[in-house]
Design a protein around this ligand. Sequence first.
Ligand code: FMN
Length: 400
Amino acid sequence: MDKPKVVLGVSGGIAAYKACELLRRLTESGHDVRVVPTASALHFVGAATWSALSGNPVSTEVWDDVHEVPHVRIGQQADLVVVAPATADTLARAAHGLADDLLTNTLLTARCPVVFAPAMHTEMWEHPATQDNVATLRARGAVVVEPAVGRLTGVDTGKGRLPDPAEIFEVCRRVLARGTAGPDLAGRHVVVSAGGTREPLDPVRFLGNRSSGKQGYALARTAAARGARVTLVAANAALPDPAGVDVVPVGTALELREAVIRAAADADAVVMAAAVADFRPAAYAAGKIKKKDGQEPEPVALVRNPDVLAEIAAGRARPGQVIVGFAAETDDVLANGRAKLKRKGCDLLVVNEVGERRTFGSEENEAVVLGADGSETPVPHGPKEALADTVWDLVAGRLA
Ligand SMILES: Cc1cc2nc3c(=O)[nH]c(=O)nc-3n(C[C@H](O)[C@H](O)[C@H](O)COP(=O)(O)O)c2cc1C
């Protein structure tokens, strides 16, 4: 079988050197990579490096090897185009359909999935011009991964950092694996909650649960690879931030509620995979609760937390917004799931059986997705990403 053909576009940002690592990962995993740098990119990493690492010729403009018409052929033959780093300038040229170098010509002739990994200073990223260009590219079906937050060029820190090359590689791998199915969530904003809330009792103790966050993180990663803009509201998950995803860390159920409601305001879908505590301690002790000799401890009084899933389902922020809940049940799984779906008023409910050694923390899951329309989609035992993809298939169907 022919190797999948990947075009690696590199534009003129300080993070261009990190694209060497992405290139290495792509070639070592069996892809035929053609690097198309911009002229500015060559100020950072020279053509010799790209050519030697890829084993292919390198050019920045349309006037080399004209008999092979590279300005159309490279894009036409590609299975994937990934631009990493994508500068503010390259995003603008791509959004406006300019074709003033080999990379922008390639972007116009490619009919395969396109991934942009922007990297720039926070001010450039937040500028309305850049945000509009990103929205245009997403609306046209491109996957634009959100930049990471961290150290930037010079002394600055903030949003705009190129995500880890390993993470960008994972996005590329997932996009390629979808083949012709393509990025069906491009132009959509989805909110995913993940992890488990912690309800503090005193400064050192809390009521928590066993949710690892892995299912929610798998939902966030797969949605990003399908082109969605993803907000991940993460409650106490000790997992690395998925590339291209906006992560909002929260601790308690009340914090999670606030973050989900804020992010849901312009979301097309909200998937509540987090385990949100039903109750919290009625009182919080400002100092550590101490043992007292000869005395039994005071019982802990609990109060109910708000039901975030029912609340967002009842007050959908926009018409057609798809709301998905998760139900972790220990017995009578389907009957309890059906009752919960009705009670919560969501569109889909993913029901799975949990126990000390089942689901929580594991890499795999098995579930049934119940639909408010009476549908029942069984998902056999398998990776949490497979369940995540089934959820997005069902969500995409409802959004369409
Ligand atoms: C040291 C240095 C670092 C730069 N880093 C970035 C960057 O990270 N992101 C960005 O959008 N532009 C960055 N620029 C500005 C771009 O190089 C400039 O906008 C250029 O025109 C981009 O051209 P291109 O999009 O064709 O590659 C940087 C410029 C310099 C001199």
